[in-house]
Ligand binder design. Sequence first.
Ligand SMILES: Nc1ncnc2c1ncn2[C@@H]1O[C@H](COP(=O)(O)OP(=O)(O)OP(=O)(O)O)[C@@H](O)[C@H]1O
Length: 391
Amino acid sequence: MTGGAAALGAGTGATAAGPAALDARVMVTRKGFGLDAVISATPGETIAIMGPSGAGKSTLLSAIAGLVRLSGGYVRVAGRVVSGRVDAGGSARSRGMSVPPNKRGVVLLGQDARLFPHMTARDNVAFALRTHGVARDIAANQADELLWRVGLPGLGGQRPAGLSGGQQQRVALARALAAQPQLLLLDEPLTSLDPVTAAGIRAVIAELRVGITTVLVTHDAVDAAALASRVLVLEDGRVSQDAPAREVFARPATAFAASLAGLNRVVGQGVRGAWTDDDRRVVLPGATAASVPDGGGLAAVFRPSAVSVSRVDVPSWTAALRVERERARVPGEWLTRIERLEQTPSGVRVHTATPAVVAEVPVEDVAELGLAPGVPVRLRVAAENVRLLAI
Ligand SMILES: Nc1ncnc2c1ncn2[C@@H]1O[C@H](COP(=O)(O)OP(=O)(O)OP(=O)(O)O)[C@@H](O)[C@H]1O
């Protein structure tokens, strides 16, 4: 699902506010992998791309930057087609022209700083300014100013080998800004840094990229929520959701998007104003039950902390099923088995199967209830904690 701006941009490269800063349909075909994603951004907007490993996030950024060739589609930056071709009617053609990466007005900053090792930090930054025609001595002064802005005053004379990973990443950020890009692409730039260093650079990025259209690939939902106005979820080479960040976290379109917000999202169908799984074994009434169409696709979304776990005191799973058959079925309660336990800073997440649900319990409950993989348990979630979303 892509947003309205993307749909408009695909035909004209424009939004109601003027030319889109980015408007692209990126198609890349590889053995065993296909990417087909529409992405757009208005001037000054920051978009976060989130997705599981191997979904194609880096490939998408690399294709926009011109480092990976399109097998179809187009990339338009600030109204100028830099990859592929777009017909007068707006439809994309495969294999058009390709503007070289350094002539696109696009800068890509990844996990590795990729500085020129033989140049000082100042010269690395000044190099980007010089390519914009800035005179040598002015470029050196402006480079020092940029290094100061990214928190590296006085380190302009150091070569990359004499700088820490975090300092190198700051130089790379200064160099990216020196290139005055129309579009800044950040591919998990903080991933390889320790949390304290990452926090420092996160603050610098938040401050300095203001006004620059930015596409940020991140695995961190907090980064996405803090820095981006929109989140595009990419799964298996396709956009599964493209919406304002708060909507993605509040109304996740897929189980992956729900996991970003730490939520359960189980897909089933509407029946008599409630949610039920495909086997009709579990019934969850929800807060919005009145609008639930019978037989329509329905997702039940709820927090792991809203699920309570109790032990079923029987010797085996077969015995647990027998007890379940004899018991009147209560909406919002079901019998299941523990698949695995996962420790978190705030407690233990209990993963259960059919339907796949996560419950969060205090660590002392694990010992008290004897929770372990394979153990039958009863889960309970109250109707007021369940949101039902039509799908
Ligand atoms: N240079 C390459 N040549 C061939 N296949 C590649 C290349 N780079 C990536 N791939 C494959 O393309 C697919 C998408 O990879 P990509 O790196 O874009 O995913 P990603 O979402 O960025 O993953 P991650 O979060 O792990 O970095 C994967 O199947 C990957 O194995």
